[in-house]
Ligand binder design. Structure first.
Ligand code: FAD
Ligand code: MG
Ligand code: MG
Ligand code: MG
Ligand code: MG
Length: 552
């Protein structure tokens, strides 16, 4: 007896025929997405949400543009400028998507059920946990800071992962300066207060150090002129160089710049323990022990797996792994209907060598037990779509090179007679397999994976698991979708004082001031909405004219 719509010719149609209560709609598969970071939001952005009954579970009702997080620590950019409300993002497309601000605390892959907990600060004890059923699950919960079990890190260091972390760091930096002004401090105490220690010389640690140096040298020195000489910034890095995932020219440029600025870089140094007022370090080469006092320490040495995924990994038999593993279609290994993208997962790429017997048999069309030049070329061509490492190899070397490794020449007529044994074939393929690298834990990878997966879901993904066995490279039994492939678009390393290193595809490396402007424009154009784009540009402009805000 609900509402009745009356149409012109007098027929009456029940109103629910126009709502989501119609039978077709209720038959939609339940698709649940965990996480509203780079992976989750890029998935939702591309997904045709009419095809599924979509729910999002995440403890944060906003997306964070993480590349600008270090800029929040010194007030170059306001925290609010780099956060975009999830509800705004999902409603802007006229989508019907449910959002639950809560944390998933358990995944039950057998009954396809999630246990979630309200992420609200105002907890009502009796209602805080609830369950959500899924048909398909996309896990994009990201990673958390990794202390590697080092004592004292949780208690005394800051992390730089979340928006709150960045805001807290900013407050504490200013607090260090204010405290250092108090009259009763000894000189040593004052110096300690103004010692900033960064553990980890990766992109985040280095960028934070650079931002901090900018804040101190451009703004705070004017406000606290007497403290200038007392400020120290120290980066502690366990490897030989900082930024070692970057091109060596950028890493060298960064080290040189820090040397000039007086940011001290301790390489080959391991942190043994963090105390309330200092870190204990050990120099790897000499074995020398040292204490570095700090007023503020930031820990940024790498990422680890969230507890909810640890538990899940045990349930699906991934006990021997550090990170949740998926195949190249991003399906979690060991269970059905669960996908994982971004920092919380690793994509296991298939080696040519795993399939060597199969490839050899396919290639050897004349069943001679050896491959001739033509057979070899054909199989490599056909395998290209399935094994991205072939293309990566070819980008660097010519196919001839692969053939050379296998001692056959495609161009030398005399050698054309050469036949390739399976052993020689194996040697050539193992060279090609060396091109495979784990995908880095970056926004770029997470976003590309999210977009890829959404396209598969839009194409009404054939969700039944295909046999994992030999991979077919011809027509029969082909996957409906190509495996995921990562396209590296380059990376930036902002180094402070309007200096920046950039590494773009095609081995293009650039450092210097113009690169900083390139960085500004890339990040401004990559902002997720016009609102955040405008806010960030406004913040940058404000800083250029008025300097940074030093109020807490
Ligand atoms: P995230 O973006 O971390 O998203 C995870 C989401 O899951 C969050 O919304 C979180 O709230 C939610 N979540 C957590 N636990 C649960 C749970 N139990 N249940 C449900 N939801 C949960 N990458 C670049 O490419 N370029 C850069 O310049 C760059 N700079 C960076 C600077 C900093 C300071 C940091 C910290 C990272 C930077 N990165 C950069 C890396 C990049 O941010 C990550 O690789 C990217 O965020 C990974 O995306 P994700 O979706 O896997 O995880
Ligand atoms: Mg995510
Ligand atoms: Mg995020
Ligand atoms: Mg990953
Ligand atoms: Mg043959």
């Amino acid at each position: 007896g609900g509402l009745v719509l009356v149409v012109a010719d007098g027929d009456s149609i029940p109103a629910h025929a126009f709502t989501s209560e119609d039978p077709a709609a209720s038959a939609k598969k339940k698709l649940v997405v965990l996480g509203t970071g780079w992976g989750g939001m890029s998935f939702l952005k591309e997904l045709d949400s009419r095809l599924y009954d979509v729910k999002i579970v995440s403890p944060r009702n906003y997306f964070v543009f993480t590349p600008l997080l270090p800029s929040v620590t010194n007030g170059t950019v306001e925290a609010r400028s780099i956060a975009e409300p999830v509800r705004r993002m999902i409603s802007s497309k006229g989508k019907h998507i449910e959002f639950y601000e809560s944390e998933c605390i358990d995944i039950d892959p057998v009954n396809k059920r999630l246990l979630c907990r309200d992420a609200s600060h105002i907890r009502t004890k009796d209602h805080e946990e609830f369950t959500v059923d899924y048909d398909y699950l996309v896990v994009a919960v990201g990673a958390m800071a990794n202390t590697f079990g080092t004592e004292g890190v949780q208690e005394y260091c800051h992390f730089l992962k979340e928006l709150e972390d960045a805001e807290r760091i900013r407050e504490n930096v200013v607090d260090c300066f204010e405290t250092a002004c108090l009259p009763h401090l000894s000189d040593a105490e004052r110096k300690r207060m103004l010692s900033f220690v960064i553990v980890g010389g990766g992109p985040t640690g280095v960028e934070f150090a650079a931002e901090l140096y900018d804040l101190v040298s451009e703004d705070l020195v004017k406000l606290y002129p007497t403290l200038r000489e007392l400020v120290t910034v120290t980066v502690i890095q366990s490897g030989d160089h900082i930024l070692n995932s970057f091109d060596q020219r950028i890493s060298a440029f960064a080290e040189e710049k820090f040397r000039r600025d007086g940011v001290s870089v301790k390489t080959n140094c391991r942190v043994l323990k963090v105390n309330q007022k200092d870190v204990e370090v050990k120099e790897k080469t000499t074995g020398k022990l040292d204490n570095v006092p700090f007023g503020l320490a930031v820990w940024s040495t790498g990422i680890g797996t969230r507890p909810v995924l640890r538990k899940f990994m045990e349930k699906v038999g991934q006990t021997d792994r550090r990170v949740l593993a998926t195949d190249e279609w991003l399906r979690v290994k060991g269970c059905k209907d669960v996908w994982a993208i971004g920092d919380c997962a690793t994509t296991e790429q298939r080696k040519l060598l795993d399939d060597i017997a199969y490839l050899f048999e396919k290639a050897d069309v004349d069943h001679s037990g050896t491959l001739n030049v033509e057979e070899f070329q054909t199989v490599m061509e056909e395998a290209r779509g399935r094994y991205p490492q072939i293309d990566l190899y070819l980008q660097r070397q010519h196919l001839q090179h692969v053939a050379d490794l296998a001692k056959i020449s495609m161009y030398d007529e005399k050698k054309k007679e050469k036949q390739l044994s399976i052993e020689e074939f194996k040697k050539a393929l193992s060279e090609v397999d060396k091109q495979m690298k784990l995908y880095p834990a970056t926004a770029q990878v997470a976003a590309q994976q999210g977009a890829y997966l959404a396209k598969c879901f839009n194409g009404l993904l054939d969700v039944d698991h295909k046999p994992e066995g030999p991979v077919r490279i011809r027509k029969e039994g082909r996957h409906r979708f190509q495996p995921f492939r990562y396209r590296h678009m380059g990376q930036f390393a902002p180094l402070g004082t309007e200096q920046c290193g950039a590494e773009l595809p095609g081995d293009w490396v650039s450092v210097g001031r113009s690169t900083q402007w390139l960085w500004y424009s890339v990040y401004a154009s990559k902002q997720v909405s016009w609102r955040t784009r405008a806010l960030v540009l406004f913040d940058w402009t404000k800083r250029l004219f008025f300097g940074r805000d030093s109020s807490r």
